[in-house]
Design a protein around this ligand. Structure first.
Ligand code: S3P
Length: 179
């Protein structure tokens, strides 16, 4: 696992709406790491929004860009990396994340995800019937987040509670490897 003296990168994975960006901000502050939001990085590099990338090149092009930016991001140190929900899908990405840091998966029930992001126009994969889309993605991605070092159910929990649970696991793992 790539690591600096202050600890390995902390990588957040999980479905849309599990709170990766919000919790990522809290974690970065606590660890004094930089927060890198992969979706934001993609938009900056491409000079266009995620809906625009999907509209022009489809999901395939988005995944190609996402994998490229993920691998570049993983070279950096002292990073909290918040990834998009599908960043785990391309072959090799999960392995690269496992090698590039400590991976925390966030989960939530389908109902909670629908209420958090069901109305969001910036998530092209949820266009149309968001509830049906979320249920389908959860089925299609069952197991895709299972490689994480820890998994935290965010349903009914505040972002601060989720942050504290992740920190407990992260610090426990760093402690174990150093002792
Ligand atoms: C996606 C999740 C989004 C974004 C894109 C595709 C997905 O990120 O990368 O719309 O495939 O689950 P968030 O998980 O931050 O919403």
């Amino acid at each position: 696992m790539a690591e600096s003296s202050s600890g390995p990168n902390l990588i957040l994975i999980g479905m849309m709406g599990t709170g990766k960006s919000t919790v990522g901000q809290l974690l970065a502050r606590e660890l004094n790491f930089r927060l890198l939001d992969l979706d934001e990085r993609i938009e900056e590099r491409e000079g266009r929004s995620i809906p625009e990338i999907f509209a022009r090149g489809g999901e395939e092009e988005f995944r190609r860009i996402e994998s490229r930016e993920l691998l570049l991001a993983l070279r950096e140190k002292e990073l909290v990396l918040s990834t998009g929900g599908g960043a785990v899908l391309a072959p090799g990405n999960a392995e690269a994340m496992g090698k590039g840091g400590y991976v925390a998966a966030l989960t939530a029930t389908a109902e909670e995800l629908v209420s958090r992001v069901g109305q969001d126009p910036n998530r092209p994969l949820l266009a149309g019937d968001a509830s049906e889309r979320i249920h389908r993605l959860l089925r299609e991605r069952a197991g895709a987040y299972g490689f994480a070092d820890c998994t935290i159910d965010t349903t009914g929990r505040s972002a601060a509670e989720v942050r504290d649970l992740i920190l407990m696991h992260y610090r426990g793992s760093v402690f174990k490897r150093n002792s």
